[in-house]
Design a protein around this ligand. Structure first.
Ligand SMILES: [Zn+2]
Length: 69
């Protein structure tokens, strides 16, 4: 039973529809990462970011807010 669940989860990960665990490719740095992934919206497009790029993205968003104010 447990093994079947694992196979099922692995299949879900393979199609990239399972958030939060497994490996993913960061849309910004293009590296394959494991661990937490962050999905952000940028100009209507969804992007999947690793933790490092999410931090970069956040600081860029803050900067652009400062500039537009
Ligand atoms: Zn990244």
């Amino acid at each position: 039973m447990k093994k079947k669940l694992c196979v099922f989860l692995a299949m879900l990960m393979a199609v990239g529809s399972l958030a939060g665990c497994g490996k993913f490719t960061c849309d910004l740095c293009g590296e394959e990462k494991s661990g937490k992934k962050y999905v952000v919206k940028y100009e209507g497009e969804k992007a999947t970011l690793c933790k490092d790029c999410k931090e970069l993205y956040d600081s860029l968003m803050k900067l652009s807010q400062l500039i537009s104010d």
